[in-house]
Every structure is written in C-alpha cells, then in structure tokens.
Design a protein around this ligand. Structure first.
Ligand code: SF4
Ligand code: SF4
Length: 433
C-alpha cells in the first residue's frame, strides 16, 4: 500500500528544453550556507585572485561542505547578505574577469577504495541537489558498507514545473551510468533501484539501459520524491522517527547528485554550476538554464527574456516546497533547482476562512499528521501535546495546505509549530544535563 498523497498538475512545460548554459554575470555572490549543516568558513580575503574551481569556503564541522568559485576574478567583498530562506549569511562577492580561467589544481581525484571515494565526494562539494542540500559525502560515509542493502536513485521529480532532473536523466545518462558503476565498485551496492514517476516515460526508457539497475515506474503523485515516501514506495521499508534511511539499510541519492559526483570523479572540477528550471506564468521564455553558482536570481530571469508582466510572486524552488523571495538579488546556490515567477492570477491564494473540521489535511498527510492539532497546541503553548503529535515529523510537503478547503496556510503554521517544539526539546535536553 502506498502512502497518502495528492494529485497535482504537473506543468512540466520545460521537459523538452535542453539546458542552455548562461554566461556568468559581472558580480557573483557565494553563500557560506549552501547545504544542511554548519556554515562553511572563508579561505580567501578581499583582493585575492580566484579561478574557476578555487576553494573559497572550507567545510566547518562534521556536517558541512566546501564551496568553490564558478568564475575567475577577484574577491571584492565578504559580507552578510540576505538569502532565499530570509536569513542573512556570510557571502563572498567575486568580480568576474570574464576569462573563466581554470584553477591549476583541478585534476581527476585518485580513488582506490571506499575511503578515498568518500574523500573525493567530500572534495567535490556535492550536496543533495534535489533541493535537500545534505552533504553527499556524509550520506555515503556509512563506515561499514555491509549495512547497505539497497541504494535508491531518486528520479521522481514530483514537484510541478521542475524538469532539471528530467534533463539530467535524458542528457547526462552517461554520467549517471558512471555514477552507478562507482556505487557498485566502492560501496559494494548490489541492489540499486531507480525510482522514476511514470509521467517520464523517456527517462524510464533511458535509465533502463543502465546495467544492473532496477527501474521502478512509480505513480505520478505528490510527494513521491520525498525521501521517506520514496523509500517506502520502492522497498516497503519504514524509516522510523529519529532514524536515517541507512538505519533501514537504505541510501537515497538524487539522480543529478549522482551525475555531479560522477562528473567530479572524471574531471576533478568541483560543483560550480547548477541546472535550474525557470518557468511560471510571468516568465517570457521558460527554459532550463545551466547557471554558474553565485549568480543573482535577477540575472537568470533576464537570461530567460525577463517578465511578460510584473510577477506577483517569485518562488525559489518548486511551488509546493519552495519559498517566496522578496529580493531578486539572492544568489543561486547548489540547492537551487527551480525559479518560478507567477502572475497575479496564479499567485493569488485561496481566500482564508475558518477551519470546518473536515479532516482532509490529516487524511492527505503521507504521515497521517494532524496540522489542526499542531495549531491548537501552539496556541495553548502545550509542547507536551506537540511532542505527542509528532510535529517534528512534518516534512513541509504542503499536501495538507493544498487540499484545505478553508485555504489555511498550514505549512507556515506547521513551520512555527516545529520551531516551537525544537526550542522546547533543546531546553529540555539542556535542563537534563
Ligand atoms: S506539510 Fe506536514 S502535516 Fe502537511 S501533509 Fe506534509 S508532512 Fe503532513
Ligand atoms: S483541511 Fe483545512 S478546513 Fe479541513 S480540517 Fe484541515 S485545516 Fe480544517
């Protein structure tokens, strides 16, 4: 039995649009936070010369990732800047010299065994490119590879509009096939499952050509690509609360992430560019664009012919899990997979009315959570109740808000509930010390 889900319009308008590489703008902005985990630390100072592939931020802490320059030029500023998530983070501003000179240190890594493979993945700067941003080396660093029973390659791409993974599967099949070989060779993976939604028949056919991979055509439902949902729908395994997929013997890796790892192993050029789907009713020329990391969002839209009309909403990511941005200067990061600009008609939310206790939110939640009860517990500041409601499990997928007939902004409420519970649990832990 599959987990609960919703059927949403696909709007994969750019699925046939081969990615086009855009030139880097004059100024690029590299954030210290392009991954889940500790912010990376600058390795350059104002005035330093950099090249394509020069390390500009080093990883800081067990869960972190290095960042490399996507252009050659000079470090102009290092300052805190607004990011897509509304926080201010340290950014290195680089003035592009237009030469795109490659750093002399770039060479394919030497890999002889599992440890050197994980080190190479770390050095590549690759993180979960489906949007999650979890450092890939940390995910693959399972210490004992005999724990791995299955590796699932995520090609679901279930959010409306986004087709950047679709294009990876169609245009970079060689990189994915090489990535599969690496997984087999260094992780000893025997059972590799490729999960792809059945609305991507060309991708399914292409990936079936890769030897030693079982391709599963999955129903086109949302959120098919969410990690826990995908693991359950492909293997029947449940990832228990507080556990990771590897605790159930599973590693999940996004198809574009795997292609990026393969590309680094072949060339030694770390992750410096990202395929981004640019679409939405306000965009003049929707397309897939290969964007130098650090490029401001405004330059990417300009490359797509600007706007047909003033966008009423610009979403960083997909419409279900992405965030609205107010500042068009926020930069593209490793995690950016879509930029969606909507006109007034598409951006206007449903009129909000009172909750009618229909229960559709809970009945649609893949984990059977109760957002209405979160809101009540939050209002009453009853964090013990919140604990029992498992608000922490909410993955902010937006299914509940999508089906709510009262138009209640449930995801925003859920985020507040999760933050309050996290603060409560942290305090509780500190008091127990
Ligand atoms: S946003 Fe959270 S509560 Fe709502 S459906 Fe998704 S997981 Fe369930
Ligand atoms: S779906 Fe909306 S109206 Fe129905 S119970 Fe949930 S919050 Fe209330």
């Amino acid at each position: 039995m599959a987990l609960k889900s919703v059927k949403i319009p696909h709007r994969k308008n750019t699925k046939d649009a081969k990615p086009i590489r855009m030139d880097a703008p004059q100024l690029l902005y590299f954030s210290a936070v392009q991954h889940i985990g500790a912010p990376a630390k600058p390795t350059v100072k104002i005035g330093d010369e950099v090249k394509v592939g020069t390390l500009i931020f080093e990883a800081a802490g067990a869960i972190s990732s290095p960042v490399y320059s996507s252009v050659s030029g000079k470090v102009k500023k290092i300052e805190d800047m607004l990011q897509s998530n509304g926080t201010y983070q340290q950014c290195i501003v680089i003035e592009n010299d237009g030469q795109m000179t490659l750093d002399e240190s770039i060479k394919a890594p030497e890999i002889n065994d599992y440890e050197s493979f994980v080190s190479a993945v770390f050095a590549s700067g690759v993180v979960g490119l489906g949007g999650a941003g979890f450092p890939t080396a940390v995910k693959l660093d399972v210490k004992d590879v005999s724990r791995i029973e299955q590796i699932i390659i995520n090609g679901a791409e279930c959010e409306p509009y986004i087709t950047s993974d679709t294009r990876t599967m169609l245009d970079r099949a060689d990189d994915i096939a090489f990535g599969v070989e690496l997984l087999k060779k260094y992780l000893g993976a025997k059972n590799i499952i490729f999960g792809i939604e059945n609305n991507k028949s060309e991708c399914i056919a292409e990936m079936k050509k890769i030897a030693g991979v079982e391709v599963k055509a999955l129903p086109s439902i949302y959120p098919q690509g969410a990690e826990k949902v995908l693991v359950y729908n492909t293997t029947g395994k449940v990832i228990e609360e507080g556990k990771l997929p590897i605790d159930a013997g599973v590693i999940v890796i996004n198809c574009t992430t795997l292609a990026a790892v393969a590309s680094y192993v072949k060339t030694g050029l770390p992750l410096v560019e990202k395929c981004v789907t640019v679409d939405g009713s306000a965009v003049n020329e929707p397309k897939n664009v290969i964007v130098p990391i650090g490029t401001p969002v405004s330059a990417v839209f300009e490359f797509c012919g600007g706007f047909k009309e003033e966008p009423a909403k610009v979403i960083y990511g997909g419409p279900m899990m992405g965030v609205s941005i107010a500042d068009m200067n926020v930069p593209v990061t490793k995690q950016t997979n879509a930029l969606i600009a909507l006109n007034e008609q598409d951006a206007t939310p449903k009129k909000t009315t009172s909750c009618i206790r229909c229960g559709r939110c809970t009945n649609t939640c893949p984990f059977g959570l109760a957002p209405v009860a979160f809101a009540k517990a939050l209002e009453q500041n009853d964090m013990e109740a919140m604990k029992h409601l498992h608000a922490n499990l909410c993955m902010e997928c937006g299914c509940c808000a999508y089906v709510c007939p009262a138009g209640i902004p449930l995801v925003q409420q859920n985020k507040m509930a999760k933050a309050a519970l996290a603060a409560y649990l942290k305090k509780e832990k500190e008091e127990k010390k």
